[in-house]
Design a protein around this ligand. Structure first.
Ligand SMILES: [Zn+2]
Length: 434
């Protein structure tokens, strides 16, 4: 599975299978010719109102820009649309490509650019404005959006976004990455999960221009994501004194999104639609392949989980065809159709200590943790009711009745037989931790 090339901000992205044939061009003039053909071919993919190609720089301008490799040997990829069995009109030509027009900025092929979500200079902006980082590959391909910091206390996602941006070389990319790395900027500065108006931003997408402050920010973010990207990875961590095993969450209704989730390559996949108003769910309903990656806990950097996340994003980029590097795949036995929580039983509160590690595989009756009631010499064991994998758990702390302690991913072929069936046909998928 791969994606159609990004032809403009308004073209609809279409998943399709493609064959790759490398073409080496020996001079900038041949690059310019290829680009002209590219711009012509791009019209076949776009809606009539598509503005970007029409406003793109003339081919000669682009060909002479910094984006052209100085070595004198440019490399591009020829794609052939084979999804329908009928050759597309541009068969044999390079995919359409040119500058990306985004938020009144022009990002040339082969360049990186950082700017603000809005250039307004006013009192409001100093609270809610945040960064946009764009990497435009040297040659055509799909666009991936990364979002982080929707919850201001979940800074590990912000670090993943930083690592991805700094690791990307546009000269090695076929496509575009658009990163919104610190969306709840005020919350990131103050360590607060929610927005300045005390709302949860991740329940307000797609946002409203005439809504609350958070709803306005949600609208600005959603417009960027829905206008410029074909796929989305939203970066989060566990919340409220809990740790999550690296996990990807994805709707079960979009096979291409599940495929994308598995190509994150590390951790486990948890199936589910997500809450109404969350960016992932609304982007998915809009038509994007959208996943969430969650790892580590809030309020601190977890370098190991951050690197797993950055590597996972790059693995998805490889799957999409943006990077020409090997990717990894999560095995089907690490895809969980259902999860459940083990909670503090009624009158069982006290000092909690876990007896298992995150990621442990447990069976019914296994002891997961212990709660000591101080001064009462009472000990409450927490036992697993079903077999599964501990994909999230509370850290040692004081807990009260009903507090969610262990999130267990339920295993078993009866849970999602379709997936298990596919697993047997994909024996080369490597096992991963989790
Ligand atoms: Zn979050």
């Amino acid at each position: 599975m791969a994606y159609a090339a990004d032809t403009s901000t308004n073209c609809h992205w279409r998943p399709y299978r493609r064959t790759r044939r490398r073409v080496f061009m020996s001079s900038p003039s041949r690059f310019g010719l290829a680009l002209l053909l590219t711009l012509y071919a791009g019209l076949a993919f776009c809606d009539e109102e598509t503005p970007v190609l029409a406003t793109a720089s003339p081919a000669s301008d682009v060909a002479s820009a910094d984006a052209v490799p100085a070595a004198g040997v440019a490399e591009t990829v020829i794609d052939t649309d084979t999804a329908s069995g009928v050759e597309a009109p541009d068969a044999g030509l390079p995919p359409p490509w040119g500058p990306l027009l985004i938020l009144d900025h022009e990002v040339l092929p082969g360049s990186k650019s950082a700017f603000l979500l809005t250039e307004d200079q006013n009192f409001d902006s100093s609270f809610v404005n945040s960064s946009v980082w764009v990497v435009r590959g040297i040659s055509g391909g799909p666009a991936l959006c990364l979002t982080a910091g929707i919850h201001g206390d979940e800074i590990n996602g912000v670090e993943i976004a930083r690592r991805v941006y700094s690791s990307l070389d546009p000269a090695e990319m076929s496509g575009t990455v658009v990163i919104l790395p610190m969306i709840n900027l005020a919350g990131i500065r103050s360590g607060e999960r929610y927005m300045a108006d005390r709302r949860d931003l991740n329940r307000l997408f797609p946002g409203r221009r005439d809504g609350s402050l958070s709803s306005i920010v949600a609208g600005s973010v959603f417009k960027v994501v829905s206008s410029h990207c074909q796929a989305l990875i939203d970066l989060h961590t566990g919340s409220f004194s809990r740790l999550n095993i690296p996990q990807i969450r994805v709707t079960v209704d979009r096979p291409s999104a599940l495929d994308m989730a598995r190509h994150f390559g590390s951790g486990v996949v948890v199936l589910g639609d997500g809450p109404k108003g969350s960016l992932r769910r609304e982007a998915s309903d809009f038509g994007l392949d959208a996943i969430i990656y969650e790892a580590g806990g809030p309020h601190r950097f977890d370098p190991e989980a951050a690197q797993v996340g950055a590597d996972g994003v790059r693995s998805v980029m490889a799957w999409m065809g943006i990077l020409d590097t090997p990717g990894k795949t999560i095995a089907f036995n690490s895809v969980f159709r259902r999860t459940y929580w083990e909670r503090v039983p009624l009158r069982g509160g006290g000092f909690f200590f876990p007896d298992v590690e995150i990621g442990a595989r447990v069976k019914p009756g296994d002891r997961l943790g212990t709660i000591h009631a101080p001064g009462y010499e009472k000990e409450t064991p927490i036992m697993a009711r079903r077999a599964g994998t501990v994909i999230g758990m509370a850290v040692p702390q004081i807990v009260l009745s009903g507090y969610a302690l262990f999130n267990i991913g339920i295993e078993g072929s009866d849970i999602f037989p379709g997936l298990m069936l596919q697993e047997s046909s994909d024996p080369t998928a490597p096992e991963v931790d989790g």
